[in-house]
Design a protein around this ligand. Structure first.
Ligand code: 56B
Length: 306
């Protein structure tokens, strides 16, 4: 995750369309230095949890599909989390590695009780197959084995996931430099940590190394808080819901500057109050704020990464 931090900082210092505004960072850090509003993992009550390996399998499948909901105005992350929860409650073998390799788009739609094609449905099916295949080939079909082999290190987990599952390789090239964001791999580690309350499958000695998860909600929240400032052309693109291509300078800057901004907020809180805040905690607070603020306008990129 040091690579996520370092390469995001590089983007922030070379960016053309997005600025991390130091007075915005200062204001947010000042507001949060005494206490960060605590947001409980699963504050929505939509996730499956049984305190065992099946939860790990559920979370891995969930994060394999945790991207791009906006093309369908009614679809959201909640539908995915709750739909998969119902599927596993009704059939404990629904996410067995052999079953994952066989789902069709129509079956996935039925599982999530969605009446029409899912956004990027073919990609979602392909990624489910990839997860099933590689879990079976290398981890006895069990996501819990994958987690166990990381010896309580979130950084190891992210590296292992990225090396085995191409669909999680969330990186790009920006102005000739490779940039790493690893949103879904990192969120899986954070989901384990949150769900298992830092114990058992959720115990990570280096949870502080996880960065925020560069999605499309948190950048919009940071912009609203005055932490991110956009160029007039980028503002216009977002306001008019114009699609921003995956890998474009604008898109990489939105994501990388968000990672960098959250790191800056965290550093400043530490300097002001001596408190060690986790980026994961800041992220969850920002994200929960964003999804509850329906008027928030986010950027629109077709991507399998977030
Ligand atoms: N940065 C960040 N992004 C997050 C999440 C989560 C959910 N995390 C769970 C963990 C504990 C809680 O109880 C949450 O339920 C989803 N997303 C992203 O949001 C977008 C979907 O938005 P909308 O279209 O409105 O549903 C999409 O890119 C999705 O990948 C997060 O925590 N942080």
């Amino acid at each position: 995750m040091e690579e996520v931090r370092a390469t995001s900082a590089w983007v922030a210092s070379h960016s053309s369309h997005v600025i991390v505004d130091s007075s915005g960072v200062e204001e947010v850090a000042e507001r949060m230095k005494d206490s960060i509003p605590k947001v409980e993992w699963d504050f929505e009550g939509i996730h499956y949890f049984d305190n065992g390996p099946l939860t790990v399998q559920y979370l891995f499948v969930l994060d394999a599909l945790n991207f791009c909901f906006w093309p369908d105005k009614e679809m959201s992350y909640d539908h995915l989390a709750a739909g998969l929860r119902e599927a596993i409650q009704n059939d404990k073998s629904a996410f067995d590695a052999d079953r994952l390799q066989k789902y069709t788009g129509l079956e996935l739609r039925k599982m999530l009780k969605w009446p029409r094609p899912l956004p990027l449905e073919d990609e979602r099916v392909r990624l489910l197959h990839e997860v099933g295949f590689e879990l079976e080939r290398s981890f006895d079909g069990k996501a819990s084995k994958l987690v166990e082999s990381c010896e309580k290190s979130a950084a190891k987990l992210v590296v292992l996931i990225a090396s085995h599952f191409p669909g999680f390789r969330d990186h790009t090239v920006y102005k000739g430099h490779q940039v790493f964001l690893y949103k879904r791999a990192q969120i899986f580690a954070a989901d384990l940590w949150g769900a298992f309350k830092g114990q058992g499958y959720g115990e990570f000695i280096d949870i502080d190394s996880v960065t925020m998860f560069a999605d499309y909600i948190v950048p919009a929240v940071l912009q609203q808080l005055g932490v991110l400032k956009y160029s007039p052309s980028l503002s216009k693109m977002i306001e008019s819901n114009q699609e921003i291509s995956s890998g474009s300078e604008e898109e990489v800057e939105l994501r990388a500057c968000s990672v960098h901004a959250v790191e800056k907020i965290r550093e400043l809180i530490h300097r002001k109050s001596g408190k060690q805040v986790l980026s994961v905690e800041l992220d969850l607070w920002l994200w929960a704020f964003g999804v509850q603020c329906r008027s928030l306008q986010h950027h629109r990129t077709l991507s399998i990464y977030y």
